[in-house]
Design a protein around this ligand. Structure first.
Ligand code: S3P
Length: 197
């Protein structure tokens, strides 16, 4: 006797109810330090939700027609911040999407205010070792970390920026857990908070 004869239902396709599609009711805005995983988590979460994903740094690069290190080198950080503020304002005026901000963007009071008005901010919090390890993989792409010892710089930024990131609507620890597990947790919490419906 084959297995199917003993268990006829085993031959049938498994009936799963169609998953209910969760839609974004506003932008989900990921904030946190360089290396916290904002882009990786945002991209994955958007794919799972079939929602658009935008990386603010990519939009800045597109608007400027040059890389982030080149903007810093040719125009300075102040110009980068001004462009960053304008580009994020434009993105926030568009339809809801998952938006990963560069690490310094949420520190700007006007950007914070705009995020509060049209989005739901999530701080991806990671410890120093994680940030150092992750940023080391993409050397040369983050001008702030080229100015000295990355660990010392990240530790200083943590001290200065963590109180500001703490103003985010939600905090998620982005330690060593795989991106998929973090995204799963995040989606559950966002649904509970009514950001996904
Ligand atoms: C910055 C973070 C970078 C980028 C720029 C400045 C910052 O983005 O916007 O290099 O001030 O923390 P990521 O956080 O995506 O690396």
């Amino acid at each position: 006797m084959t297995n199917h004869e003993a268990h006829p239902e085993a031959a049938l396709p498994i009936e799963t109810p169609p998953a209910r599609r969760l839609n974004l009711t506003r932008h989900v805005v990921l904030v946190g330090l360089m290396g916290a995983g904002k882009s990786a988590v945002g991209r994955r979460m958007a794919a799972v939700l079939h929602a658009p994903f935008i990386d603010a740094d990519d939009a800045i690069v597109e608007a400027a027609g040059m890389s982030v290190p080149d903007i810093f080198a040719s125009h300075g950080e102040a110009e980068f911040r001004a462009l960053e503020r304008r580009v994020i304002a434009r993105l926030l005026a568009g339809p809801p999407h998952v938006l990963a901000l560069g690490g310094g963007a949420f520190v700007d009071p006007l950007t914070r205010e705009r995020v509060r008005a049209s989005g739901f901010s999530v701080w991806l919090r990671a410890d120093l070792d994680t940030l150092v390890a992750r940023t080391a993989r993409k050397k040369g792409s983050r001008p702030l970390l080229d100015a000295g010892d990355p660990r010392t710089i990240l530790a200083e930024l943590m001290e200065r920026r963590h109180p500001v990131y703490a103003e985010a609507a939600m905090v998620v620890d982005s330690g060593d857990q795989p991106v998929d597990r973090l995204v799963h947790e995040l989606i559950g919490r966002l649904a509970e908070a009514g950001v996904l419906a």
